[in-house]
Design a protein around this ligand. Sequence first.
Ligand SMILES: [Zn+2]
Length: 113
Amino acid sequence: MHEMSIALSVIDAVTEKARQEGCSKVTGIELVVGRLAGVEVEALKFCFSAACRDTAADGAELFIDEREAFGQCEACGERFPVTSFYAKCPSCGQFRVTVESGQELAVRSITIE
Ligand SMILES: [Zn+2]
């Protein structure tokens, strides 16, 4: 499962960071996930709780900040929120849209003890 490999790599990264800081426990992880990142948030939460078992991140709270995706119309320059890569411009009706944001998938912060 795609979400499982994401959960594992996030946990790897944050437990490694905690180790570098001389901490043994990760208590909170905050992720930024764009609407077009290709991640199912509910599935990611589920995989996360399974993947963190027996790691330094066991029991850590997971916060997910879901970001709206935005595109810009190449024909008229209108910027608007999009839910897919094939969006229709609400202003001129064309499908020539450049997706500008919404593909983020990053760890914003972690809380360690
Ligand atoms: Zn347009």
